[in-house]
Design a protein around this ligand. Structure first.
Ligand SMILES: [Zn+2]
Length: 478
C-alpha cells in the first residue's frame, strides 16, 4: 500500500466582539434572543436604508491582521457579493473582495511533540453575517438576528498536514483571538466557525488533488474527527480505483459521520462589485502604526520568553500562557515575590489552578491578587508558616478573609519564631524519651522523623520543620 499525505486548508468565520453590528446599531451578540427581535431596517434589508460602517470593526479587523503578521491595507473596500438565499434579505452580502483589510500573513503552529509548522493565510477580510433558516413542522423559518453581525473571514493556504495540526491551528487561533480581545471565540455560540477542505495525495507529491469541503463542524474535537474520517474515506476510495469527487459534506456530531450535502458546483458567479453606499476604508500611516503598537506580546512569543527567562518546562509554559490574564497573573506574582520564578509556577500550576477550578473563576476574576500570592509564598519560603497553612490561606483570602499576614496573625497560624521556646520544647521531648534517644545514638537515625513528629504534635504544627530538624540534631548528638 502507498503512503498518503493529507492536505488541509481551513476557512474560519470569526465573530468580532463589538457592541453593535457592522452597519447598524443593533446589538452584535443576540445569543439566546427570540428570533427576529434584534433587527432594524438596515440589517433586515428594507429598501431605502443606508449602511453606516462601525469603525470598531475596522480597528479589530486590523488588529487581528497585525496579530496574523498580515499587512494592514491602507485603503480597503467593501463589495457586494450577489446571491439569492432566504437568509440574505438584501439579495447580496456586504464583504471585501480584492482589496481586503489584511493581506498575506501566517501563523506558526507549535505542536505538542515539539515540531512546528508555518500556516500561510490566503485571505483575511471583514464582512457581515447572514441570517439563519431552519425547517420546523415542514415549514421553512427564517431568523434575521445574525444579519449584519461583524465577521472576519480568514482562510488558510492548504498548508496543514494532519487532523492534529488542524486542531492545533484552531486551538492557537482561539487563544489568539481572546488574547488580543477581538472575539470571545466560543465555538458553541458560533463566534468561531470552521469549514475544512481536505484532499489526499501520495507522500512526496506536490499536486493538489480534488478536495472535499466539510461544513458545520462546531468544536475542535469535531474538526479533528471529521478530517480523520474524511481522509480515511478518500484513501479507501483511491485504493479502490475511484476518483475523488468534489463534495460538500456535513458533519453529524451525534453519529460521528459525514453526510454528503451536495456535489459542489463550480464557483458561483457572485458578480462582485464595489458597494456604492460605503466609502473606501482609509487608514493613515499613523493609524496603522497605532494599531500595530497596541498589539500585545503574542502568546507564542510570551511562551518562548517564559521558557527562556523563567526556566519553565514547555508544559508549564503552555499552561501559564493559555490565557492572557493567567500569564499576566504569573508575571506579576513572580515580580512581587522576588525569588525563584519556578517556585511561583509550582504554586500556580497546583494550588492556584485548583482554586480557579473550585471557584469557576479566571485569574482576572480572583479576589486573591498576585500581591497576596507573593506574600503567601514569601511566608512559606521564609519559614514563617508551613506549606499546608500557605495552601489553606489561598482559600481564606479568596473567601474575603483579608490579607494573608492578617489572617496568620488573627488565627495564630505562624510558626514559633522564638528559637529559645522551640529549643525548650525539644529539650523536654528528649528528656522524656530516653529509650528513643539511646536507639538514635546507637545508629537508628530513622528515629529523627519520629522526634520531628513529637515536636509537631506538641507545638500544634507550628514549628518550622527545617529548623526543628537542625535543633533536634544538635541536641541529640550531644
Ligand atoms: Zn440592525
Amino acid at each position: 500500500m502507498k503512503t498518503y499525505e493529507i492536505v488541509i486548508g481551513l476557512e474560519t468565520h470569526i465573530q468580532l466582539n463589538t457592541t453593535s453590528k457592522i452597519f447598524c446599531s443593533c446589538k452584535a451578540d443576540s445569543w439566546g434572543a427570540e428570533p427576529n427581535t434584534n433587527i432594524c431596517p438596515v440589517c433586515s434589508g428594507l429598501p431605502g436604508v443606508l449602511p453606516v460602517l462601525n469603525v470598531e470593526t475596522v480597528r479589530k479587523g486590523a488588529l487581528l491582521a497585525a496579530a496574523m503578521h498580515a499587512e494592514i491595507n491602507p485603503v480597503s473596500y467593501f463589495d457586494r457579493k450577489n446571491y439569492f438565499y432566504p437568509d440574505l434579505p438584501k439579495g447580496y452580502q456586504i464583504t471585501q473582495f480584492d482589496e481586503p483589510i489584511g493581506k498575506g500573513g501566517y501563523m506558526d503552529l507549535q505542536m505538542p511533540d515539539g515540531t512546528s509548522r508555518r500556516v500561510r493565510i490566503h485571505k483575511l477580510h471583514l464582512e457581515e453575517d447572514a441570517g439563519k433558516t431552519k425547517i420546523e413542522d415542514g415549514e421553512r423559518l427564517v431568523d434575521f438576528n445574525r444579519c449584519g453581525v461583524p465577521l472576519v473571514e480568514m482562510v488558510t493556504e492548504p498548508d496543514l498536514r494532519s487532523a492534529e495540526e488542524a486542531a492545533q491551528y484552531l486551538t492557537q487561533l482561539r487563544q489568539l483571538l481572546r488574547w488580543i480581545g477581538v472575539s470571545e471565540a466560543d465555538m458553541e455560540r458560533g463566534h468561531l466557525r470552521c469549514d475544512a477542505n481536505v484532499s489526499i495525495r501520495e507522500a512526496g507529491s506536490t499536486v493538489l488533488n480534488t478536495k472535499t469541503e466539510i461544513k458545520n463542524v462546531n468544536s475542535i474535537d469535531a474538526v479533528r474527527l471529521a478530517i480523520i474520517e474524511e481522509s480515511k474515506r478518500q484513501i479507501e476510495a483511491v485504493e479502490a480505483g475511484q476518483r475523488i469527487q468534489s463534495y460538500t459534506l456535513d458533519w453529524d456530531a451525534d453519529t460521528g459521520t459525514l453526510r454528503k450535502m451536495r456535489s459542489k458546483e463550480t464557483e458561483a458567479d457572485y458578480r462582485y462589485f464595489r458597494e456604492p453606499d460605503l466609502l473606501p476604508v482609509v487608514l493613515s500611516a499613523e493609524e496603522i502604526a497605532e494599531v500595530i503598537a497596541s498589539l500585545p506580546e503574542l502568546p507564542i512569543e510570551r511562551r518562548a520568553r517564559f521558557i527562556q527567562d523563567y526556566q519553565l518546562s514547555a508544559y508549564d509554559a503552555d499552561i501559564l500562557t493559555s490565557e492572557r490574564s493567567l500569564s499576566d497573573y504569573y508575571e506579576e506574582s513572580v515580580r512581587l515575590f522576588g525569588g525563584a520564578a519556578k517556585v511561583v509556577s509550582n504554586w500556580m500550576m497546583n494550588d492556584l489552578s485548583r482554586l480557579m477550578n473550585d471557584t469557576g473563576k479566571s485569574a482576572a476574576e480572583l479576589r486573591l491578587r498576585p500581591i497576596d500570592l507573593a506574600e503567601i509564598i514569601r511566608m512559606v519560603e521564609g519559614g514563617k508558616i508551613n506549606p499546608a497553612t500557605g495552601k489553606s490561606l489561598l482559600g481564606k483570602v479568596e473567601a474575603g478573609g483579608g490579607k494573608p499576614a492578617e489572617i496568620v496573625e488573627r488565627e495564630g497560624l505562624g510558626l514559633i519564631a522564638d528559637e529559645d521556646a522551640l529549643s525548650g520544647q525539644i529539650a523536654a521531648i528528649i528528656a522524656e524519651s530516653p529509650a528513643e534517644v539511646e536507639s538514635f545514638r546507637a545508629g537508628k537515625e530513622s528515629l529523627l522523623g519520629w522526634f520531628v513528629g513529637q515536636v509537631m504534635r506538641r507545638t500544634g504544627g507550628k514549628a518550622d520543620p527545617k529548623r526543628t530538624r537542625e535543633l533536634l540534631l544538635e541536641q541529640l548528638k550531644r
